[in-house]
Design a protein around this ligand. Structure first.
Ligand code: SPD
Length: 280
């Protein structure tokens, strides 16, 4: 198979990343987007949606563990979990590690992503066979407006905030999620790069603060997302996101209680960011 230099042009970032020695394993167009599965000598198999890398076999665990485990260790009893997006199954895999979780609803608009992941990424997609999981092929923003149950934890595993995913970062959406959560509920969302999208991250925090008593931000370096210093925005009705309340029992490659505590922005930086007083 001929190799080429895969160039990622992420419309939300001022940079082009290049992956030399890439081969194309699969490509299809769904009603929603173009899905590509690529093979790279360092990163292994990679999934791109509309030309933007969503995950690589090499480093996906950093993202999926850090998206899921802080929220699930802050909630004292996470039984009902909602995942919006996340059709590759990586987030689902991490959620299902928690024996307290009784049911997971995963709302993915593009069933093609789930099918491609089942075929090419068995290490991520095994959770779809778990009897606790219900998949809705639907629009997450619509489902949260009329939720079938109340959720303890909602996790937004979206693409960048352009096109169809933009609504998943809106104040209206966060309000609907807050209403769909139980009184101890927690929302966590991927929220882009602190280096490239500082004002956007600050705006996400301000929108969350409209609907939740507590909003906060933690970060994790990710080599394959443009901007690399990746943020996760977490909002909570009751519990401080900075303090895990349950001891870690789930197997992880990176996440731990110590990682959890150190991942949050120092409060002085956080306050300046939300006030729009950070300048970089
Ligand atoms: N710039 C790419 C950001 C991608 C975030 N979503 C990743 C989904 C992996 N489950």
């Amino acid at each position: 198979m001929p190799s080429f230099d895969f160039r990622e042009k992420d419309p939300f970032s001022p940079i082009v990343y290049s992956y030399p020695g890439t081969t194309l394993l699969h490509q299809e167009r769904t009603p929603y987007q173009e899905i590509a599965v690529l093979q790279h000598p360092h990163f292994g198999k990679m999934m791109a949606l509309d030309g933007v890398i969503q995950l690589t076999e090499r480093d996906e665990f950093f993202y999926h563990e850090m998206l899921v485990h802080p929220a699930l260790h802050v909630h004292p009893s996470p039984r009902q979990v909602l995942i919006i997006g996340g059709g590759d199954g990586g987030t689902l895999r991490e959620v299902l590690k928690h024996p307290e979780v009784q049911a997971v609803t995963l709302v993915e608009i593009d069933g093609g992503v789930i099918e491609v992941s089942k075929r090419f990424f068995p290490g991520l997609s095994q959770g779809f066979a778990d009897p606790r999981v219900k998949v809705l092929l639907d629009d997450g923003a619509k489902v949260v407006r009329d939720p079938p149950v109340r959720y303890d934890v909602a996790i937004v595993d979206s693409t960048d905030p352009v096109g169809a995913a933009e609504v998943l970062f809106s104040a209206e959406f966060y309000g609907a999620v807050a209403d769909a959560l139980t009184p101890q509920g927690i929302l966590v969302t991927q929220s882009e790069s602190l280096l490239f999208h500082l004002s956007f991250v600050a705006e996400v925090q301000r929108r969350l603060k409209h609907h939740f008593p507590i909003a906060d931000c933690y970060t994790q370096p990710l080599a394959t997302y443009a901007g690399n210093w990746w943020t996760f925005s977490i909002a909570s009705k009751t519990h401080s996101p900075r303090r895990p309340v349950r001891a870690q029992k789930v197997p992880t490659r990176y996440y731990s209680s110590a990682v959890h505590r150190k991942a949050f922005l120092p409060r002085s930086i956080y306050r300046r960011m939300v006030a729009g007083k950070l300048d970089w």
